[in-house]
Design a protein around this ligand. Structure first.
Ligand SMILES: N[C@@H](CCC(=O)N[C@@H](CS)C(=O)NCC(=O)O)C(=O)O
Ligand SMILES: [Fe+2]
Length: 286
């Protein structure tokens, strides 16, 4: 039995979120939902998440899980908003605790528990989550961040930020706790799945020369054509390539707002005495 998959693309951050359902029972999961954020005004909005809710409502799906592949550094998560509106549980890899320990001092978030308890379920490599009659298998795929996981549902794997489309390559490995060598090993693990396995990306930045955004490919295609990790590219060659490209990349525009919200499962910081929630900008830290 194959899951039913619908993709939602956020043109502001080039993020792909997914609504994945067991067609028999109508039980669904949302993977990597986006909370819209305008850095110019400091306003959040729920347009992207509401589009997913509307699609789920139209098909009478019951959203049971909100699956995060990692604590995103380029967009805010709508996990907390969707938890409030649907009662679904927010899931992330157990190593989120490492990410929380890294960033708590950066933002001086004294109220942030670093045991992952802001999330509803912390998952381990090999663990399964029930999606109606289907199983979601958790694969640890660290490297981009220490807490990255991929979710396999039948022949579909949601790879988060490990791989991008073959003509673009792979995710960066230079965030705190990131590691190119670890990323290579995680990717090879994904690419050792059967060749026809469908892979769903969390981002597409449209490689130069390509006209349209794309986010679905297969293990076979990645092994044949991925610019950074196709068959024949060894670990050392990958690490050299990844490291030199990472040296040229700016920090994502939304890294500071994103991290401080996403390590709390998408909750905005607690309001101050005047009822207003504030984001912090740590100076000279990243
Ligand atoms: N320009 C984008 C860059 C976002 C970014 O750094 N994305 C990460 C994933 S969170 C990445 O791996 N990028 C790889 C690359 O651009 O080569 C932004 O500012 O949001
Ligand atoms: Fe990312």
């Amino acid at each position: 039995m194959r899951p039913q998959i619908e993709a939602f693309f956020d043109t502001a951050t080039f993020t792909v979120s997914y609504l994945v359902a067991d067609p028999d029972s109508g039980v669904a999961a949302v993977i990597d939902p986006v909370l819209d954020y305008d850095p110019k005004s400091g306003r959040t909005a729920t347009r992207s998440a509401d589009a997913i809710l509307a699609a789920a409502g139209k098909q009478d799906l019951e959203i049971a899980w909100l699956l995060e592949t990692h604590a995103h550094a380029d967009h805010l998560s709508a996990g907390a908003y969707l938890r409030e509106t649907t009662g679904a549980k927010v899931v992330i890899g157990r190593n989120i605790t490492k990410v929380q320990r890294t960033f708590r001092p950066v933002f001086n978030l004294m109220d942030l528990p670093v045991d992952g308890s802001d999330f509803d379920r912390l998952v381990e490599d090999g663990e399964t989550i029930e999606l109606g009659g289907l199983d979601i298998e958790v694969m640890y795929t660290p490297g981009h961040t220490p807490a990255c996981v991929s979710y396999r549902i039948a022949d579909a794997v949601f790879v988060g930020d490990t791989l991008f489309m073959p003509d673009y390559g792979t995710a960066r490995a230079d965030f705190p706790g990131g590691d190119a060598r670890t990323l290579y090993r995680s990717i090879r693990r994904i690419l050792s799945l059967p060749p026809e396995t469908r892979l769903f990306m969390c981002h597409d930045y449209k490689a130069p020369g390509r006209e349209t955004f794309a986010w679905e490919t297969t293990v076979a295609e990645q092994r044949a054509r991925n610019l950074h990790v196709k068959d024949g590219i060894g670990e050392d060659e990958f690490v050299a390539l990844r490291t030199s490209r990472d040296g040229t990349l700016d920090m994502p525009v939304l890294i500071l707002p994103s991290i401080q919200v996403n390590v709390r499962a998408g909750r905005l910081p607690p309001p101050e005495q005047n009822g207003v929630s504030y984001l912090k900008i740590p100076l000279n830290q990243l």
